[in-house]
Design a protein around this ligand. Structure first.
Ligand SMILES: *[C@@H]1O[C@H](CO)[C@@H](O)[C@H](O)[C@H]1NC(C)=O
Ligand SMILES: *[C@@H]1O[C@H](CO)[C@@H](O)[C@H](O)[C@H]1NC(C)=O
Ligand SMILES: *[C@@H]1O[C@H](CO)[C@@H](O)[C@H](O)[C@H]1NC(C)=O
Ligand SMILES: *[C@@H]1O[C@H](CO)[C@@H](O)[C@H](O)[C@H]1NC(C)=O
Length: 180
């Protein structure tokens, strides 16, 4: 019984701990909006009125046989040189996500078929998210930054994950107690 009470307490604590996470939700940016990742789009213009925050995502949609998403340093970004990539974000389907998990500049180019020379180069500066407004203030900014990667609200995902972990613990405790 003590164990069950402990489990119940753990569930309650997990819920309380998970709640603040919903305040700062990551945003998924479709690069180029409805022009996607294509030649003859100016991605400097696309990015210039946007703020990219830690844990946001860039979503690249493109013709997989012609283009790709290669991360390079600033020098190679300027010169469209993909010979010394920092990372290859292409996974082969023409639908790639870049998780912006570090606050720094990211330089992304398409290294194939001269895509970069036709404008397929994007530089973003990833910033720390601003502090969430006080609970009483309007939540317009947070609403705008709604999380859309999974289609599920983050609090849902977190709670499902919490249940999964609790279930796992439960199974192991059961095994330990009853020796089967
Ligand atoms: C980028 O990498 C190249 C080597 O590929 C190097 O020559 C250059 O100095 C680097 N630039 C920066 C800004 O680190
Ligand atoms: C990037 O990785 C993909 C998938 O592993 C691979 O098909 C592609 O050839 C790689 N591109 C470069 C430029 O390394
Ligand atoms: C950020 O993501 C990259 C690529 O997935 C990973 O190698 C790196 O360890 C991550 N860095 C942090 C600080 O999480
Ligand atoms: C994109 O637009 C910016 C700002 O107007 C300009 O400075 C830059 O030269 C343009 N880039 C290309 C590749 O046309």
């Amino acid at each position: 019984m003590a164990r069950i009470a402990l489990m119940a307490a753990a569930v309650v604590l997990a819920f309380l701990a998970a709640a603040p996470v919903t305040e700062v939700a990551a945003k998924k940016w479709t690069v180029g909006d409805n022009k996607f990742w294509n030649p003859n789009v100016n991605y400097t213009v696309w990015a210039q009125d946007k703020h990219f925050y830690l844990d946001d995502w860039l979503y690249f949609v493109y013709e997989r046989n012609q283009f790709n998403v290669i991360e390079v340093n600033e020098t190679n970004y300027i010169s469209c040189n993909s010979d010394n990539p920092i990372a290859n974000w292409s996974r082969g389907s023409g639908r790639d996500v870049v998780h912006l998990n570090v606050t720094r500049h990211y330089y992304l180019i398409s290294g194939n078929s001269g895509g970069c020379y036709s404008g397929m180069k994007l530089s973003v500066l990833v910033e720390k998210p601003p502090l969430p407004p006080p609970a009483s203030a309007p939540i317009i900014n947070n609403a705008r930054r709604a999380f859309t990667v999974s289609g599920f609200a983050p609090q849902f995902v977190i709670r499902v994950a919490v249940f999964a972990v609790i279930g796992l613990l439960w199974d192991n405790v059961g095994t330990g107690l009853f020796g089967n």
